[in-house]
Design a protein around this ligand. Structure first.
Ligand SMILES: [Zn+2]
Length: 318
């Protein structure tokens, strides 16, 4: 009788695994290096041998495994099981679902990693029981995931929830997607660095920051009252609040969850963000809404991937 799900979070440097029960209890987790050489062609066979090895060592018979969920950083078509483009992995038009199903002889379900981080927080983390949730991941870039009526929203090309690519500055900074002025070029750690370098080019005030300062240094300096750091944080949270205020009108979520490395800045980030947000938001869209920080940290992806498989296999009610 099957009772476990394997949740996999494929990242550019590390692939994380979790074995979870169909009700969301994590009974084991581990990780391996992601070998992205040869356009990531060996990743699936590494996934197979790693699962086999873990199950052998922990005496988990294959008959106990019901299915596998996989999160991928890129545009993923859940319907066709194809990865359209995952730049950091090397997969382009890659049939991930069928490749893994053949290797593992188990049902496999795939989705975008930020969507599944949102699903993880919805299933077992900060947004438990909140059936409409927006989860944003502030790291190098900005990831977004939308949970609507208890399911993840993906769309036929897998671009739903990609709020990092909302346009905020017409003809602004060039983004990795090829367009100009995307949100993540202003608010993620790379965006904060770009703002810092812009300001340092024409220094109008003394600051404890320099060219080598990272996003976390900018938040720390802002907390200590550095004026330039505060100006950069203010600008970033202004753009993010602008996007969030527009996004909540679209589907009226109950919760906005903030995760990713930059969420470590806590109140230094949240306080100006919420202040800008309150000025921008439609009052009615804010009535039942609250902000919170992600609770599952780096495990959100494996929880969300397991949720996906458990949900699609019918273990989780609608
Ligand atoms: Zn973009």
């Amino acid at each position: 009788m099957a009772e476990y799900i394997v949740g996999i979070d494929v990242g550019g440097t590390t692939t994380k695994f979790g074995i979870l029960t169909t009700t969301g209890e994590n009974i084991g987790k581990w990780k391996i290096h992601t070998h992205t050489e040869n356009d990531g062609k060996n990743i699936c066979s590494h996934i197979k041998s790693s699962i086999q090895e873990y199950c052998r060592e922990n005496q988990i018979p294959k008959s106990k495994l019901a299915g596998v969920g996989v999160g991928v950083p890129g545009f993923v078509e859940e319907g066709s099981g194809m990865v359209n483009n995952a730049v950091n992995i090397g997969w382009k038009d890659y049939p991930l679902q069928s490749t893994l199903e053949e290797l593992l002889d188990l049902p496999v379900f795939i989705n975008n990693d930020a969507n599944l981080a949102a699903a993880g927080e919805y299933w077992q983390g900060a947004a438990k029981m909140e059936t409409s949730t927006l989860c944003i991941t502030l790291g190098t870039g900005v990831g977004g995931g939308v949970i609507l009526n208890g399911d993840v929203v993906t769309g036929p090309s897998g671009t739903a929830g990609e709020i990092g690519h909302f346009l905020v500055v017409p003809h602004g900074r060039i983004c990795t997607c090829g367009r100009e002025g995307c949100l993540e070029e202003y608010v993620a750690s790379k965006g904060l660095r770009r703002s810092l370098l812009d300001h340092l080019r024409n220094p109008a005030e003394s600051t404890q920051l320099d060219k080598s300062s990272e996003a976390i240094d900018i938040f720390k300096a802002a907390e200590e009252g550095d004026r330039l750091a505060n100006r950069i944080v203010n600008e970033a949270t202004y753009y993010l609040a602008y996007v969030l205020a527009n996004t909540v009108v679209l589907f009226n979520p109950e919760k906005i969850i903030i995760g990713g490395g930059m969420s470590a800045a806590k109140e230094t980030l949240l306080q100006p963000l919420v202040a800008h947000f309150k000025r921008f938001v439609l009052t009615e869209a804010d009535q039942h809404l609250s902000f919170g920080f992600a609770q599952l940290g780096n495990d959100a992806g494996i929880y969300g991937a397991s949720w996906l498989a458990a949900k699609r296999l019918g273990y989780i009610d609608d």
